[in-house]
Design a binder for this molecule. Structure first.
Ligand SMILES: [Zn+2]
Length: 332
């Protein structure tokens, strides 16, 4: 029979510190192996690399001190492309270019059990392990539809990072060559056609070209954003419903290509645009289903709502750190 001390030691291994480092906010928490958050804290993301690394070390210390523990596994999800050696190669909203962040954190935190991964990757890992994909799915595809469209993939129980950490940029698959300009510089990306930003832009274009009927609520908003279109659509405004359906159509065209390429069991959809709910998803699934290869002879993956919300990154980062210590299912 194991001693109490060894049981406690084993138990303590089942806790990890998770961090979600975004462009403006840094969220951290003490996370148990079942995904529950035992303590959480947050602060502003410093704009300078040394200060950012120091803030990560400091917040890990705060989380551990509050629970009188130390040396826990640390998982960091960060808004950067992180390669297989833990080098932050590129980050549009953080001061990290070609920075060996994993090595630096292992040194500064004085432990080897540190993982650093892209924020969308850790979020999909959280949904896979304890959120919308828990239990059933071994292969899921996740889209987070907000200002942009983020994505992530778990295939056959493994997080997909690609050869250099650049995989999973699902918002930048091109679905309409020559289409609207995307933030990435290309034209016709899924993000440029079906993000919350795109919904707002399509509505403003419709207003500018006079195709919105005078009776539409859309004339009443000072600034017509994706959120305004969603509010109007939920209030029964037919024009707003049609605008959401148009963006949903493009979402479905993108999903068809992704499902044809990857064959996921489920599609998890999160982000602010999910306030539109079925008004966006129904037309998306209709457009997707029409375009699936082998239609009629294959399961059509359902689209389910993400469950962890803004906690997906923090929880997923912590679980990834724990999983990489255990059976390495999070580590290709
Ligand atoms: Zn793009």
């Amino acid at each position: 029979m194991p001693s109490l001390a060894s049981s406690l030691a084993k138990e303590s291994v089942r806790l990890a510190v998770g961090l979600d480092v975004g462009g403006t906010k840094l969220a951290a928490g003490l996370v148990a192996a079942d995904g529950s958050i035992l303590y959480r804290t947050r602060r502003d993301t410093p704009g300078e690399p040394e200060a950012l690394l120091a803030a990560i070390v400091d917040v890990v210390g705060e989380v551990e001190d509050r629970h009188l523990v130390g040396g826990l596994p640390v998982g960091v999800g960060i808004a950067a492309i992180v390669d297989g050696k833990g080098v932050a190669r590129y980050a549009p909203n953080l001061p990290l270019v070609d920075r060996p962040i994993l090595d630096e954190l292992q040194r500064d935190l004085d432990r080897t059990a540190v993982t650093v991964d892209n924020d969308a990757n850790v979020a999909v890992w959280g949904e896979y392990r304890v959120g919308a994909g828990a239990g059933a799915a071994t292969s899921l595809l996740m889209l987070t539809i907000g200002t942009g469209i983020g994505g992530g993939l778990v295939l056959n129980g493994r997080l997909v990072r690609g050869a250099h950490g650049f995989a999973g940029e699902l918002g930048h698959i091109i679905v309409q060559e020559g289409g609207p300009k995307c933030a990435c510089g290309n034209r016709g990306c899924l993000e440029a056609l079906a993000s919350g930003t795109a919904i707002g832009r399509v509505a403003r274009e419709a207003l500018a070209t006079g195709t919105v009927p005078p009776s539409s609520m859309l004339h009443q908003f000072g600034e017509v954003t994706g959120k305004a279109v969603t509010v109007a659509a939920h209030a029964g405004d037919q024009c707003a419903v049609e605008l959401l359906a148009r963006c949903g159509f493009w979402l479905g065209v993108g999903l068809a290509s992704l499902v044809n390429a990857l064959d996921p069991e489920i599609i998890v959809v999160g982000g602010g645009a999910m306030q539109a709910g079925q008004l966006l998803l129904e037309p998306a699934l209709a457009a997707m289903t029409e375009r699936l290869a082998g239609a009629g002879h294959r399961p059509v993956p359902p689209a389910v709502r993400a469950q962890l919300g803004n906690d997906a990154g923090l929880v997923g980062a912590a679980l990834l750190a724990l999983d990489q210590l255990g059976d390495e299912s999070g580590n290709p």
